[in-house]
Design a protein around this ligand. Sequence first.
Ligand SMILES: C[S@@+](CC[C@H](N)C(=O)[O-])C[C@H]1O[C@@H](n2cnc3c(N)ncnc32)[C@H](O)[C@@H]1O
Length: 378
Amino acid sequence: MGEQPRGTHVPVLLERCLELLAPALARPGRTVHVDATLGLAGHAEAVLAAYPGTVLIGLDRDPEALAHARSRLARFADRIHLVHAVYDELPDVLAELGESTVDGVLFDLGVSSLQLDAPDRGFAYAQDAPLDMRMDQTRGVTAEDVVNGYSHGELARVLRVYGEEKFAGRIASAILRERERARITSSARLAELVRESIPAPARRTGGHPAKRTFQALRIEVNRELAALETALPAALDALAVGGRVVVLSYHSLEDRITKQAFAERARSKGPVDLPVELPGTGPTLRLLNRGAEPPSEAEVAANPRAASVRLRAATRIDPDDDTGTERTGRAARERPRRAVKAMHTSGPALRPGSTVDPDSGPRGPGGLTRTEAEGEGS
Ligand SMILES: C[S@@+](CC[C@H](N)C(=O)[O-])C[C@H]1O[C@@H](n2cnc3c(N)ncnc32)[C@H](O)[C@@H]1O
């Protein structure tokens, strides 16, 4: 293993990710796994160690992360392709490597501990640094450009939408006032301005007052949500039948995009009033958990950075697997329930995040089937 950078790095939900990917990656012969957010390669290293037949394609937009990953994964050099790319470039990367389909995909979204702990990159409100926040420091606008260049309306929108910040307008006004006096160039000055803009009672709740503003600026600077909206469908298109995707999200906006991308493919495209599936109209994805799976208390105790994680996983299926069979999921619920009623067993409801994966992990109560997993979620 290569030298670890500052701070301890524990890959989030590592065992759970391996368990979910196993049925796809442990298939006989050569399998291909894409780690779309390679980071410090904690997940990637575990995948390569667990599956000797797996070739890894690792993407990261941060050249520094790639350098760390390359040294950590040196012993697997003949099974890895590490690529400096934004993950929405996945189709081009696969084409260049001559891979038409892949078996596993992991997205572990957000920033790495390398980026968060770096004293000079401006991601952390707790340390003073130049306001940069670019995951790829070789290109693009910085947080300083955004803070000093956006109009009041644009700034308030970024803080409200990406930070879910109630006091977005007040913070934007404080930024504009300060800008007239002097350019805002440091994370400490910005954190102080945010703190001063928030009413005193609100400062005492919900963590550090600047947390939401910093999250919002990071998302804007790196165009994170737009990249995810393009990358997820592309990754699902690349999955072979039986292939699996796991997404670890750290805030509700990422999780919502994931939920929608999965739901779109987990439902039938056939006419809602037909009782059976027609050729080619069946779902192309089966959800492997119901809703978004939270970390266990033990996971959070061992790794505080896992506290906000939500996991969703799915497997690619052949849309014609169900041709001629009774429809399930939303279409089935929108027509009279008689035919599907028998499939619902008694017993306790699944809690959000319970597994419905027939191939890995325990089954939900009542031996739940695809019906319960489709089109739902938290
Ligand atoms: C949470 S870390 C991943 C940690 C990794 N799973 C590990 O075990 O070390 C997220 C990584 O994804 C990268 N990243 C974030 N958004 C990206 C994007 N749109 N395209 C490519 N890489 C991205 C970041 O630079 C960061 O290194």
